[in-house]
Ligand binder design. Sequence first.
Ligand code: GPU
Length: 840
Amino acid sequence: GSQNSLIQNEKMWKLMQSYIKNDKETIQQSIVNHVEYTLAKTRFDFSIFHAYQAISHSVRDRLIEAFNDTAQYFTHHDCKRVYYLSIEFLMGRYLQNALINLELEDNYKEAVLELGYNLESVYEQEVDPALGNGGLGRLAACFLDSMATLNLPAWGYGIRYSYGIFRQLIKDGYQYEVPDYWLDNGNPWEIERLDVNYPIRFYGYVRKIHENGKEKSIWEGGELVLARAYDNPIPGYDTYNTINLRLWRSLPAREFDFNSFNQGDYFKALEEREKAEYITSVLYPNDSNYSGKELRLKQQYLLVCATIQDVIRRFKKKKRDWKELPEKIAVQLNDTHPAMAIVELLRVLIDHEGIEIEFAWELVYKSFSYTNHTILPEALEKWGIDLLGNLLPRHLEIVYIINFIFLEKVSKKFPNDHHRLSSLSIIEESNPKKIRMANLSIIGSHAVNGVAEIHSKLLTTTLFKDFYELRPKKFQNKTNGVTPRRWIRCCNVQLAQLYTEQLGGDTWVTDLTQVRCLENMVEDPDFQNNWQRIKRQNKEQLKWWVKENCQIDINIDSLFDVQVKRLHEYKRQFMNILYVIHRYLSIKKTPADQRHAKFLPRTIMFGGKAAPGYINAKRIIKLICSVADKVNTDSEIGDLMKIVYLPNYNVSNAQIIIPATELSQHISTAGLEASGTSNMKFVMNGSLIIGTMDGANVEIAEEVGKENMFIFGALVDEIEGLRNHMRNTEPSQYFPPELNEVLQKIDEGFFGAVDELRELINTIRNRNDYYLLGADFKSYLEAQKKVDECYKNKSLWTKMSIRNAIRSSKFSSDRTIQQYADEIWGVKAFQIPNPSQNAR
Ligand code: GPU
């Protein structure tokens, strides 16, 4: 009875009143308890991996306390919530990040040491959860950290793939892809919600019925699966707020198909059930590339359908009017992958809640906003109407309705402008017709943003020009950012310590603008020495990693020159390696006794995965590895130059690579890299940039000063002219001689693998150098020359490095998220009280 449950509640309330203590003994006790009761191991026989598991569970306990309180606090205050929908979350390892955000790292270090383990080695035991491809997924992860830290009532929603991005092996210069079954050893960071399951329908048909003169649509038949919630607590820094990343996993629906069972086809029926689990099985490994597979659309719809049910359930917890919806929720679409959420919410409002369509539509677009991450045409999602109409028949109908209402309004404003109408339409009138997800996202949102100034500008002048002319105020910019917790405090502990000492406290971790105060230390020799010492120690660590993973000895005194990012032609790793070949040939041409005077030792490192089906990207990997082979074994070169392919680039090795880098390359063709985010991480860690005026490089130049970077290459306004020139000119005519020489060497078979490498160089030699390597090569050479000159002057380089790092505060994702909160979402901070001062 209720009397009884009241007593129970009171009892439980008392028992749960205070948080677990965090002194050394209590921590040790909780670890040992987990060894015994969670892992069922004896206290005297557990390995370092078991230590990792037990430690993680003890940290998990501490996360859960704050996690529950945070959710309850938001509910109690009935605050407006923001829902961040993303098909990818590239989280990286949890343990260190959780300890640092909870400010428990020191206590755990001591506690664990007495149990016989070094905490840093324990960190290495964790798998790297990699439910994302690259920048887009990592951005979502940084945003969660900032939303938690800024005390925003935010939820992340995504998919719990069983297989993350593949593990990359490099053998004989080729990439091999190994499935990443990351859940092999369990996952202590998630909470499986056995009681949170939503039904998801696919296929079927729409039946029309008539009720008091109105037509009603009923979507039925087809297949049902369940989406089950897995919650991942995300702790803020310097706050008890701990928010939720809720990931969905597909399961078979509970009801079974009587037909198959009755026909005695037991195994067929089981097979059907197994298929349901397959939906959330694997992350699609394409970056900035649309593949158009039905399974991918199923993944997108599963995410969207389960999330909208969850959001509506939460909205309905309190009795209220539907008109309050946009005052209570803000839904952010991370690219168009979750854009069906717009249609899904409208469907629920009109078909299930019986709301009139014009009003429902107003509620929808006021609640949604959309972030675009690329202008590359191959990345824009367009679903064929056959595929979409078959899988989601009611949604296709609704898309047509939305489009009709929208185009009606447009044609009133622009009568007889058919060209404009067809470019604004959600439907591409091709054969077969296609649904343009970007158009749907813009029409269904009250705000649309790009991810760096130059990119947002390009959206309004090219890709979305017609939409911009229709609704200029809808279009905004939100320059990307990265979290200083993971990308300084966790990955560069020494630099963090230096900042804390110099600034007399660690509040810079949540207010990065403070490090700008170190401007007056730039000329200080002691500070410079400390700076150099830290960089050198980070280089030592990377040297060790390279030895372990590549069996190559690199020269600690050489310039560490790094390009790590997904392999893509527009990112121009190809141009980088072509320059490296040029440098190699130049060294060889120099008399042996003059080489050390003329050339500075460099270690050139590449890293990044190629999508399994992206042939040119794979050829670029092959070229890099072939050149590496040749150069690294050339006894005339010695340690003047080493080339390394860092295998399996991911978040955890980025945390080693980035702090050790002195020069990082961000050299995309102007206009094609929407923002880039590793450029920000490198700058924060004192790396200098060699780069084009593209993406966030432009704003980095504004902040740190062009004179502290190596900027080169064509500007975005010059690209079109250059492309025309290129198409009308023999390549050998406009390619600089240095480039022609390099291409000829490859052609001659100097680096082996002639056939495939020839295919690769032909991509730029056939008057079809789309990414303009030929046009930018000369200025790239000049920028590289400046790099060498600067590096010769150790103290000049150090000063430039310091200036880069201490002027990078704009690129904290805290700044980005505050702007989203103020200018798009309209959400405010709600910080839970400190439990050690207040009983709950
Ligand atoms: N990006 Br679209 C991805 O990583 N994957 C994608 O599918 C698409 C974009 C990247 C952009 O290439 C990069 O410039 C940007 O910094 C990042 O998204 C985050 O906005």
